[in-house]
Design a protein around this ligand. Structure first.
Ligand code: FEO
Length: 172
């Protein structure tokens, strides 16, 4: 059985993951509008990953006999200054998510919930990757700078990111 405070904290993390998904979908919509379809695709996959993170926590809470209560998801921003601004916001956001995961780990350790501590290890490792890939985005976009050809080439690279799951009717 999960302790109430752990159950509540995991529920909050579900909300944070769903907000991340919402944020990245919003970024994807902005990028599509800016004719950066490859980067928009990359962000949509990022949104898929975040939704899966939320489901992973939902399943764990339920497996431990807890109750998942979904809360409102905050409205994400809709405009950014540039593709680089999107990447920098992503990097900052992932750093925030890392601190949320760290706080969850601290809580699990404090209350002696070893199973939750172990469950969270996957997220600890995932955050290392998430921060790394967001930082890479920032560096790549900085290198492309104001050169439209560089940005177009990058956009083509971003388009190659394999999806977590195919959207029906959009299979190649
Ligand atoms: Fe689910 Fe990008 O953290």
């Amino acid at each position: 059985m999960l302790k109430t405070e752990v159950e509540e904290a995991l529920n909050e993390q579900i909300n944070a993951e769903l907000y991340s998904s919402y944020l990245y979908l919003s970024m994807s919509a902005y990028l599509e509008e800016e004719n950066l379809s490859g980067f928009a695709h990359w962000m949509q996959i990022q949104a898929q990953e975040e939704a899966v993170h939320a489901m992973k926590i939902q399943n764990y809470v339920q497996e431990r006999g807890g109750r998942v209560i979904l809360d409102e998801i905050e409205k994400p921003p809709v405009e950014w200054d540039s593709a680089l601004d999107v990447a920098e916001t992503t990097f900052e956001h992932e750093q925030k998510v890392t601190s949320l995961i760290n706080e969850l780990v601290d809580l699990a350790e404090e209350v002696g919930d070893h199973a939750t501590r172990q469950f969270l290890q996957w997220f600890v490792e995932e955050q290392v990757e998430e921060e790394d890939s967001a930082d890479e985005l920032v560096q790549q976009l900085k290198m492309a700078g104001d050169d439209p050809r560089g940005l177009m080439m990058l956009d083509r690279e971003f388009a190659a990111r394999p999806p977590m799951f195919q959207i029906p009717g959009e299979e190649d």
